[in-house]
Design a protein. Structure first.
Length: 273
């Protein structure tokens, strides 16, 4: 095969850089307090310690804590969960680190603010795309590239929801690194014109870095607040209520999706560029 004369070699990609892979393995163990052997082939990502604690109770796994993150591993389910904290920089980091494990699938169980008037707290969203309004993903793919999940992961997650008799929404999620945007009227007007269904701080980054790093990635988001409504911004009290009411169901759907995708899901193929 002739070499493409227009191809500029990118040594930044995790799957082509042996030195980067070595450092990523070290970071993964150091940050999570887990050995590489403990990680299962299906990975759930979360931003919340409450999800870690509930996963440990549900599966009987043991919580490990490293210098920056926490994790639980369930060999009987073939699933690990990682609390990678909040924001796009750590979202990009955890995907690159997970790339060295070559996981079958990774699923974000995240929370988002519902923007459409038809949404209510507790609704599930299976994103079809995300808007890249953050400062990380451009390091991995050009800005004109859309942030898309791995279709077969999203397809299987939606199948699990249907089998459970649960309704869900699909649409575009706006990912931002701008906190307190709720008080910026210009920003809120732009959200309306975009027709974004919800807003969060990680989804677009995870999708882009997953694609760039050959990590099959999907997301099942839970609407935790309705920030465009009067009194709809999340508070300590309302967040606690959402955790108690919806976390276990969210986790149940995530665990079932990830534990069964290897045997029931379609084969995911990575293209060579």
């Amino acid at each position: 095969m002739e070499k493409n004369p227009y191809l500029i070699e990118n040594t930044n990609k995790i799957y082509t850089n042996k030195q980067k892979q070595k450092i990523a393995r070290d970071i993964l163990e150091r940050y999570t307090g887990s050995t590489l052997k403990q990680f299962q082939k299906q990975i759930i990502l979360t931003n919340f310690q409450y999800y870690i604690d509930r996963f440990a109770v549900i599966t009987g796994g043991k919580v490990t804590r490293g210098s920056a993150m926490s994790a639980v591993h369930s060999p009987k389910d073939g699933v690990s969960i990682i609390n990678f904290s909040i924001g796009s920089p750590t979202a990009a980091l955890i995907i690159e680190c997970l790339a060295v494990l070559e996981p079958t699938a990774v699923l974000l169980l995240g929370m988002c603010g519902g923007l459409h008037r038809s949404l209510k707290k507790g609704d599930f969203i299976v994103p079809t795309a995300a808007i890249r309004d953050e400062g990380v993903s451009h390091h991995f793919m050009p800005r004109q590239c859309p942030a898309l999940p791995t279709f077969k992961v999203q397809k299987f997650v939606s199948q699990i929801l249907v089998e459970k008799g649960l309704d869900y929404r699909t649409g575009v999620v706006h990912t931002t690194d701008y906190r307190f945007w709720e008080f910026n009227n210009k920003f809120k007007a732009e959200l309306y014109h975009e027709r974004a269904l919800a807003i969060d701080m990680e989804t677009a980054t995870l999708f882009i870095v997953g694609f760039a790093s050959k990590v099959p990635i999907g997301a099942l988001l839970l609407v935790s607040d309705l920030p465009l409504l009067r009194g709809g911004i999340k508070t300590k009290k309302s967040a606690s209520s959402v955790f108690k009411e919806y976390t276990d169901l969210h986790l149940e759907m995530g665990i079932k999706s990830m534990s069964e995708i290897a045997s029931r899901g379609e084969h995911i193929r990575h293209y060579k560029w």
